[in-house]
Design a protein around this ligand. Structure first.
Ligand code: AHR
Length: 537
C-alpha cells in the first residue's frame, strides 16, 4: 500500500475506533515513518531555567567557595556533574518575574561590595513568613560572572533575561557590553576581567522582559511591542547576531493569550515587516496545575490523569499560537520559545524558604515525557524550551539542601531523552484504546516521538495508564531493526519518588530487547516512560 493510502486507511480505522488488521493481536500500534524527517530536534529544546527564587540559586546552584558542600568556584559540584551528564544545552537566568526587578549591575564587581536587595519574591506571603535568608534578601553573590561560570562548567549556553519593566534600553546595551565587548576595550570589559573573565562571554540569547503582560510591567501587547522594538534597535552587538526573544503569551489556553500573540505581532510589523528579521523567538509559558489538594506526593488516580491531561494541552497551544503567528509572519521567521513549562503543585515545600519547591514523583516524570515528546513532534516551530525550574523548584530536576542532593524522576526522563538531541525528528503516529477516568473524561492510551541519527532510530513512548501495561505493535516504515536497546522508567507505585534518604528509589532500568525486522511487538509497563534505541539493518 502506498504511504498516502496507508495513512488514509489508518486514519479512517482510527476514527472508527479500529486498529489496523496487522495489529489485532496487540491493542496498541506505533508507526514510525523513517523516510519522513521533519527537521532537526535542536538540543535547545531540552533547555533549563534558573531564577533567583526560593532555593534555586542559593543553595541549589551557589553554595560558596568556603562551603563544606563539594563545589567548583562556589558552584555545587554534584549539580554540574549531573548537568554534564544531561548534555544540558542552554540555561535561562535570572528570571522569571525576578528579571524585571533585577539590576545586573548589583551582581558584578567584588562580591563583598555588592548591595543587598529585597528579592522580588518577597511579594509572596509564603516567602515573607519564612525565615530570613538569601531567598528574601538578595546578596547578589551570584551575578553574571558566576552564572557564566556555571554555564561553562555545565557545557551549556547562557540565555539572559533583560529587565524591561524597571531598567532602560541603555542599561540593556551596557549589559551586552559587559558580556560581549572585546577584552580590555571598554570600562565594562575591564570590570568583567576583574570579575574573572578577560575574554567576552559572547552571549547570544537575550530575552527582552518576562511575562510583560503581568509581573513584567502589566503592558498591553501593543505597548510592549513598542518597548521591545526600542530595546532591540541599534544595540551594539560586537559582531554577533544576537537572538532576541520577545515576551509572549502566558499559561492559559484562552482568547486573551492569543490576543497577546496577535496584538504583539501586529504592532511589531506595523512600522516595517523587516523587524521580523531581528526577532529570534516569541516566548510562551505554560504550567499544568495539580487538581485536588495540590499535593505533589499525595494524590489520587484521578489527579494523576488530570495532570497528564493538562500537560497534553501543550500540543494545541503550540499549534494555535503558531497559526496566529503566521497571520503576521507568513514565512515563520520567528519561532516559538517555550521558556517556562512544568507541573506546578501547591506543596509541600522541601524547605519553607525554598518557595515552590516540590518533590516530583512518577507523575511528574510522565509530564516530562509527554512534554518533550510534544516538542519533538514540532521541531520546525520551536527554537528553544526551558523546564521551570532546574533545582529546588516547580518542576525540578534536582533536590539540594546543604550537603544533600538527589536527582528526581524528571531528571531521569531528561537523561533518557537526550538521545533525541540533534536527530532528525521522524513522523510518529500511534493509537491505543483511550483510558476513561473521573466523570466521563478520557485520555489517550499511548504517545511518543522518534528521531533518526544515522542508522539509529530513537523512540520514546509514554504509557499513561496508572495500572495496566499496554501491548503494542511497532512498525518501522522504510527500515528494519537489526537490534535494539531498551531503557524503562517505571515504578510499582505512581507516587514513587526520590528524596534525600532515597536518592535512587526511582531510576531507569535497561530492559531486554530481542527485536528484529520491520515490525515487532513491545509491551509498555503501566505508568511508564520507555526509550528504544533501534539499530537499523
Ligand atoms: O517560574 C516561576 C514564575 O512563573 C516565573 O518567575 C514567572 O515567569 C512565572 O509566572
Amino acid at each position: 500500500m502506498r504511504r498516502r493510502e496507508f495513512l488514509l486507511s489508518t486514519m479512517a480505522m482510527t476514527a472508527a475506533g479500529l486498529a489496523p488488521r496487522s495489529t489485532r493481536a496487540a491493542d496498541g500500534w506505533v508507526e514510525i515513518l523513517i523516510d519522513e524527517p521533519r527537521g532537526e530536534i535542536a538540543p535547545e529544546l531540552h533547555g533549563h531555567f534558573t531564577e533567583h527564587l526560593g532555593g534555586v540559586v542559593y543553595d541549589g546552584i551557589w553554595v560558596g567557595e568556603d562551603s563544606k558542600v563539594p563545589n567548583l568556584n562556589g558552584i555545587r559540584k554534584a549539580l554540574v556533574e549531573h548537568m554534564r551528564q544531561l548534555k544540558a544545552p542552554v540555561v535561562r537566568w535570572a528570571g522569571g518575574c525576578f528579571a524585571d526587578s533585577y539590576n545586573w549591575r548589583d551582581g558584578v564587581g567584588p562580591r563583598a561590595k555588592r548591595p543587598v536587595r529585597s528579592n522580588f519574591w518577597t511579594v509572596d506571603p509564603e516567602l515573607w513568613k519564612a525565615p530570613d535568608g538569601p531567598q528574601k534578601y538578595e546578596p547578589n553573590t551570584f551575578g553574571t560572572a558566576e552564572f557564566m561560570r556555571f554555564c561553562q562548567l555545565c557545557g551549556a549556553k547562557p540565555y539572559l533575561a533583560a529587565n524591561l519593566r524597571s531598567l532602560t534600553p541603555n542599561d540593556f546595551d551596557d549589559w551586552v557590553d559587559y558580556c560581549n565587548s572585546p577584552a580590555g576595550r571598554t570600562t565594562l570589559a575591564q570590570i568583567r576581567a576583574s570579575d574573572g573573565s578577560q575574554e567576552p562571554f559572547n552571549v547570544l540569547y537575550w530575552g527582552i522582559g518576562n511575562e510583560s503582560w503581568g509581573c513584567g510591567g502589566d503592558f498591553r501587547p501593543e505597548e510592549y511591542a513598542i518597548e521591545f522594538r526600542r530595546f532591540i534597535s541599534w544595540v551594539p552587538d560586537y559582531g554577533l547576531k544576537l537572538r532576541y526573544v520577545a515576551s509572549g503569551p502566558g499559561a492559559a489556553m484562552d482568547d486573551a493569550q492569543i490576543a497577546w500573540t496577535r496584538g504583539f505581532l501586529q504592532e511589531l510589523v506595523a512600522k516595517s515587516a523587516e523587524t521580523l528579521n531581528r526577532v529570534y523567538g516569541l516566548s510562551m509559558h505554560y504550567y499544568c496545575w495539580t487538581s485536588g489538594k495540590g499535593d505533589s506526593l499525595d494524590f489520587t488516580v484521578d489527579d494523576w490523569y488530570q495532570l497528564l491531561l493538562q500537560a497534553d494541552v501543550m500540543e494545541s497551544l503550540i499549534t494555535k499560537h503558531w497559526l496566529a503567528m503566521g497571520e503576521f509572519d507568513k514565512d515563520h521567521k520567528v519561532k516559538l520559545v517555550v521558556d517556562e513549562w512544568g507541573a506546578w503543585h501547591r506543596g509541600p515545600a522541601i524547605d519553607p524558604r525554598y518557595l515552590f519547591s516540590y518533590v516530583p514523583t512518577m507523575r511528574d516524570a510522565l509530564v516530562t515525557g509527554i512534554t518533550l515528546d510534544t516538542f519533538h513532534r514540532h521541531p520546525e516551530k520551536l527554537a528553544m524550551c526551558n523546564d521551570a525550574q532546574l533545582v529546588n523548584c516547580i518542576h525540578t530536576l534536582f533536590l539540594a539542601r546543604e550537603e544533600r542532593f538527589a536527582p528526581t524522576p524528571v531528571f531521569h526522563v531528561f537523561d533518557m531523552y537526550k538521545a533525541h538531541q540533534s536527530g532528525q525528528a521522524l513522523r510518529f503516529m500511534c493509537d491505543a484504546p483511550s483510558i476513561s477516568f473521573g466523570t466521563g473524561k478520557r485520555f489517550w492510551g499511548l504517545a511518543g516521538s522518534a528521531s533518526l541519527h544515522g542508522k539509529t532510530v530513537v523512540v520514546t513512548v509514554v504509557n499513561p495508564h496508572a495500572s495496566e501495561p499496554r501491548a503494542a505493535e511497532i512498525n518501522l516504515r522504510g527500515g528494519s531493526a537489526r537490534s535494539a536497546k531498551a531503557t524503562v522508567l517505571a515504578a510499582p507505585d505512581i507516587h514513587a519518588h526520590n528524596d534525600f534518604d532515597h536518592p535512587q528509589a526511582v531510576e531507569p532500568k535497561a530492559a531486554p530487547a530481542d527485536v528484529s525486522g520491520a515490525r515487532f511487538s513491545w509491551t509498555f509497563p503501566p505508568a511508564s516512560v520507555t526509550k528504544l534505541e533501534i539499530e537499523l539493518a
